[in-house]
Design a protein around this ligand. Structure first.
Ligand code: NDP
Length: 480
C-alpha cells in the first residue's frame, strides 16, 4: 500500500516515529494509502529547515518570488488531471466538481497571490511642517497553515499562497482525512524552484502534529480553517504566546427568499447552495427562509428537483452528489437527521443513507435531505450539520426573517433573493455575517475580504487582507 511522506526541507521524508495512519477512500470505504502520523519531532525538523530558508526567501525580490509561485501554479495546471482524480478519490466529491472548482481555484490562488504581491504597497502619513511617517511591511517569519477536508487543496493553497508571496516560510498541515493533493504539492513546489525549507508539509492528527505547530515558539502566526470548537482551542493556545491568528470557522448560513425573486434562477442556485460538495462547503445555505406567499410553490418545486439529484460514485459523470468525507462524518450527519425528527421535523425528501452497488457498497452516501416544520431556534436550526441537509422555514415579515437569520452563534455568509434593490441593501446591512450574496451564490473575487463574524471566525482572508495578515507593519517617522 502506498505510504505518503512529509515534505521537509525540499525532500520527501518518512515520519521520525515511523507511525502511520490509514487513509480511506470515502466512495468505497476502503483504506487506500497510509499517511505519516507526524509528531513534534517532525515539526522541530521542519522549523529548523524553515529557519535556514527564511533569510534566503525573504530577501529575494518580489519579482523572483512571484515567478516561482507562477511556476508553481503552472505546475499544478500541467498535472491537473492527476490532481483532479486525487482530490475526488480522497474526498469523495464528484470528479466533475474537482475539475470545475477545486483544482482550477487552487491554480488561481497561487497565480492571484503571485501577482498581487507585485502591487502590494504600504502607507505614508504626512504631518504638515513636522515630518512624515512611512510604514514598511515585512514578512512575519515562519507561519503555520492548518486546513480542513472539505475543499482540500483549494483551502490549503488559499493560505499558503499569500504566506509565501509575502516572504514567509510555511509549516502547513492538511486534514488527515484528505492529505493526498497536499502530498502531491511538495514535488510541484520543488519543480517550480521553491528553495528547500520554504514550504514544509506535515501530515497527521490535529491534536498531535497540528497542536505542535500551534505551540511551537518559532512559529509566529497561525492561519486556520476548520471547526469552531477547534478554532477556540487554537485561539487560546496562540493567544497565550501572542501569536497572530486568522480563524475561518463554521457556519449556519441563511438563504433568504422573498416572493419577488427570479424564481427559476433562485431554485437552480438554491439547489447548488444547498447540496454542492454534498453540502460540505462552509458557505452552503443550510437554513432556507421562504416568504409565506410562495412557500408552497417553492417547496413543491424544490423537493421535486432535489429528488432528481443523482447520488452516485464520484467517477459517474452524472453524479450531482458523491460520498460524504468519512464514516464518522456520515454518522454525525445521520444523527443530526435523527435529532431533527425527534424535534418534530418532517422529512420532505431524503433523510437516509444510500447503498450503491459494488465496489461502492461500503461508501458513505447520503440522500440530499429537506426538512420542514422546525422552529428557527431548535438544535437542528442552530447547530452546524455540514452535510446535505437543509431546513425550510416560512416567514411573513422582513424584520422576523432578519431576527431568525441572526439567531445563531454563527455569522459567516448569507444569500438574499429579491428584485427589490432597496430591500436587498437594507437586509444585507442588518445581517450579522461577513459575506452576502444577492441573487447569486459563491461568486468569488479573490480581492475581496473573506471570512465571518461571531463564532464563524476572526480576521479575514483574501486580497490585501491576507497579505496584511502575513506581514508585520513597522512605522517610521522622520522629522522635517
Ligand atoms: P476541524 O476543526 O476538525 O479540523 C481542521 C484542521 O485542524 C484539520 O487539519 C485538523 O486536523 C486540524 N486540527 C484539529 N484539532 C487541532 C488542534 N487541536 N490543533 C491544531 N490543529 C487541529 O475541521 P474539519 O476538518 O472537520 O472541517 C470542517 C469544519 O471547517 C466545518 O466546521 C466548516 O464549517 C469549517 N470550514 C470553515 C470555512 C471558512 O472559511 N469559514 C471553510 C471550510 C470549512 P485533523 O482533522 O487532521 O485531525
Amino acid at each position: 500500500m502506498e505510504k505518503l511522506k512529509n515534505f521537509i526541507n525540499g525532500e520527501y521524508r518518512a515520519p521520525i516515529n515511523s507511525q502511520y495512519l490509514e487513509n480511506f477512500e470515502p466512495s468505497t470505504g476502503e483504506v487506500y494509502s497510509l499517511i505519516p502520523n507526524s509528531s513534534k519531532e517532525d515539526v522541530d525538523l521542519a522549523v529548523k529547515s524553515a529557519e535556514e530558508a527564511f533569510p534566503i526567501w525573504s530577501s529575494m525580490s518580489k519579482e523572483q518570488r512571484s515567478n516561482i509561485l507562477i511556476n508553481l501554479s503552472k505546475g499544478i495546471e500541467a498535472r491537473s488531471e492527476e490532481f483532479i482524480n486525487a482530490e475526488s478519490k480522497d474526498n469523495g466529491k464528484p470528479v466533475s466538481l474537482a475539475r470545475s472548482v477545486d483544482i482550477p481555484r487552487s491554480i488561481a490562488n497561487f497565480h492571484f497571490f503571485a501577482t498581487a504581491i507585485l502591487h502590494f504597497a504600504s502607507e505614508s502619513h504626512n504631518m504638515e511642517g513636522l515630518g512624515i511617517n512611512y510604514t514598511i511591511r515585512k514578512p512575519i517569519g515562519i507561519v503555520g497553515c492548518i486546513s480542513p477536508w472539505n475543499l482540500p487543496l483549494y483551502l490549503f493553497s488559499w493560505k499558503i499562497a499569500p504566506a509565501l508571496a509575502s516572504g514567509n516560510c510555511v509549516i502547513a498541515k492538511p486534514s488527515e482525512v484528505t492529505p493526498y493533493t497536499a502530498y502531491l504539492l511538495g514535488q510541484v513546489a520543488k519543480d517550480a524552484g521553491l528553495p528547500p525549507g520554504v514550504l514544509n508539509i506535515l501530515h497527521g492528527e490535529g491534536n498531535l502534529v497540528g497542536d505542535s505547530i500551534v505551540k511551537h515558539p518559532s512559529i509566529k502566526a497561525i492561519s486556520f480553517t476548520g471547526g469552531t470548537a477547534t478554532g477556540s482551542i487554537i485561539a487560546q493556545k496562540a493567544a497565550s504566546m501572542f501569536k497572530k491568528t486568522s480563524l475561518e470557522l463554521g457556519g449556519k448560513n441563511p438563504n433568504i427568499i422573498f416572493a419577488d425573486c427570479d424564481f427559476e434562477l433562485m431554485i437552480k442556485t438554491t439547489l447548488r447552495s444547498s447540496f454542492a460538495n454534498q453540502g460540505q462547503i462552509c458557505l452552503c445555505g443550510s437554513r432556507i427562509f421562504v416568504e409565506k406567499s410562495i412557500y408552497h410553490k417553492f417547496k413543491e418545486e424544490f423537493v421535486k428537483q432535489v429528488d432528481n439529484l443523482l447520488v452516485s460514485n464520484p467517477a459517474d459523470p452524472n453524479a450531482k452528489l458523491g460520498s460524504v468525507v468519512s464514516k464518522p462524518h456520515m454518522n454525525k450527519i445521520l444523527s443530526h437527521i435523527k435529532i431533527a425528527k425527534e424535534e418534530g421535523g418532517k422529512i420532505l425528501t431524503g433523510g437516509n443513507q444510500v447503498k450503491l452497488d459494488k465496489p461502492y457498497d461500503k461508501g458513505y452516501y447520503i440522500r440530499p435531505t429537506v426538512i420542514e416544520g422546525l422552529s428557527f431556534d431548535c438544535k437542528t436550526n442552530q447547530e452546524e450539520i455540514f452535510g446535505p441537509v437543509v431546513t425550510l422555514i416560512p416567514f411573513e415579515k422582513e424584520d422576523d426573517v432578519i431576527m431568525m437569520a441572526n439567531s445563531t452563534e454563527y455569522g459567516l455568509s448569507a444569500t438574499i433573493w429579491t428584485s427589490d434593490l432597496k430591500r436587498a441593501h437594507r437586509v444585507s446591512n442588518q445581517l450579522q455575517v461577513g459575506l452576502v450574496w444577492i441573487n447569486s451564490w459563491l461568486v468569488r473575487d479573490l480581492r475581496t475580504p473573506f471570512g465571518g463574524m461571531k463564532s464563524s471566525g476572526m480576521g479575514r482572508e483574501g486580497g490585501w487582507e491576507a497579505l496584511r495578515f502575513f506581514t508585520e507593519p513597522k512605522n517610521i517617522f522622520i522629522k522635517y
